[in-house]
Design a protein around this ligand. Structure first.
Ligand code: 3EB
Length: 289
C-alpha cells in the first residue's frame, strides 16, 4: 500500500523489553517473547477468498496453538480488489465466510475469542495476514455506537466478520489497547456517503467511544499522545490534508499517524483509522533512513 506521509518510506517497529526469539516455521515469519508472538503469513491467491481465508486462518490457529500462544489479539488482513465481485458476492464477503468457518472449526467462540482486526484492499497480489497472538486472552471491547461486527445482519454476507472493536491486553502490568479498523459506521450502516470530512468526524467519534469503553478516556488535545499510534487508510489520497487536520484537532499534534492508501472493505467508506494505545511505548514509527 502506498505510504502518504512526507517520509514516504516508513517501518512499523514493535519492541519488547523482554528477550525475543525468532519463530519462523514453513511459510510463517514470526518472533515471540514470553507473552506474545507476532507473525506474518503470505499466501498466493489461487482460489476464491472463502477457501483462501479458511486455509490461512486454519494454518494460523495451528501455528499459534502449537507454540502455546493460542489467543489471537490483533489481526491485519490485506488482499487485492477487496470489493470486487466473485461469483455474485464481493470478495470481502467471501473472505468473511472462510474466516468465520475457520474460527468455528478451530474451536474459537465468536464474540469471545474474537481479535481486533482490520481488512483492507492492497495493491499486491497475495493474501497477507499479520497477527499478534498471546498466551493470555486479553479482554474484548465493543463500541456502544456500533453493532458488534460479529452480529452484523446477513445483508453484508452469509457469515459475519470475525473481529472485535478493540482488544485490551496487559504486558508487564501495562495496558495495551488494540483498536480495530474504525470507520464511519453507526449501528451497522455506513454514514455520510460521499462526504469525506463527515466520515472523518464520525470515525473520530467512534474511536473516542471505543477508547472510552476501554476506560481510556482523557485523550484530549492538551495531553501528550506520544503513546497513541494511529494508522489511517485513505481510499483517495486527496483527502490526506483534510483528514490530517481532523486527527490533529482530535488527538493533538504529537499523535503518531501513518497514512496509507488502501481500499476500504465497503465501497461507500472513504477512510478507516486504527489505533494502538499504551501507557508505555510499545511500538514506534521510524523513517526508513
Ligand atoms: C467495519 O466497521 C469496517 O473484517 O476484519 C473494520 C475492522 C472493518 C475490521 C475486518 C472490517 C474488519 O465493519 C470494516
Amino acid at each position: 500500500m502506498p505510504v502518504l506521509n512526507d517520509d514516504d518510506v516508513m517501518f512499523e517497529v514493535w519492541t519488547s523489553a523482554r528477550p525475543t526469539t525468532r519463530a519462523d516455521a514453513g511459510e510463517f515469519v514470526a518472533a515471540r517473547n514470553e507473552d506474545v508472538l507476532f507473525g506474518c503469513l503470505q499466501l498466493k491467491l489461487d482460489c476464491r477468498l472463502d477457501a483462501a481465508s479458511y486455509s490461512a486462518y486454519s494454518r494460523i490457529f495451528d501455528f499459534i496453538d502449537g507454540l502455546g500462544y493460542g489467543h489471537l489479539l490483533r489481526v491485519w488482513n490485506y488482499f487485492p480488489r477487496i470489493t470486487a465481485d466473485a461469483d455474485g458476492r464481493e470478495r470481502y464477503a467471501w473472505f468473511n465466510v472462510g474466516r468465520h468457518e475457520a474460527f468455528a472449526a478451530k474451536g474459537r467462540v465468536i464474540g469471545v475469542d474474537t481479535p481486533a482486526a482490520c481488512a483492507l484492499g492492497s495493491r499486491g497480489t497475495d493474501l497477507v495476514i499479520y497477527f499478534l497472538a498471546a498466551k493470555q486472552a486479553g479482554q474484548l471491547v465493543e463500541n456502544p455506537r456500533q453493532t458488534s461486527a460479529f452480529h452484523y445482519p446477513a445483508q453484508y454476507g452469509p457469515r459475519s466478520p470475525t473481529f472485535a472493536r478493540a482488544r485490551l491486553m496487559r504486558t508487564a502490568g501495562n495496558p495495551l489497547l488494540f483498536v480495530s479498523g474504525t470507520a464511519s459506521i453507526v449501528g451497522h450502516e455506513t454514514q455520510h456517503i460521499g462526504d469525506a470530512p463527515a466520515q472523518a468526524r464520525e470515525t473520530i467519534a467512534n474511536l473516542r467511544a471505543v477508547m472510552a469503553q476501554a476506560q481510556f478516556s482523557g485523550l484530549d488535545p492538551a495531553s501528550s499522545n506520544a503513546n497513541l499510534l494511529l494508522k489511517t487508510y485513505l481510499r483517495d489520497p486527496h483527502d490526506l490534508s483534510m483528514v490530517r487536520n481532523c486527527l490533529k484537532q482530535a488527538f493533538g499534534p504529537a499523535a503518531n499517524v501513518l497514512y496509507l492508501q488502501a481500499d476500504i472493505c465497503r465501497a461507500d467508506l472513504l477512510l478507516e483509522v486504527e489505533a494502538v494505545y499504551s501507557s508505555a511505548t510499545a511500538n514506534v514509527l521510524a523513517p526508513a533512513h
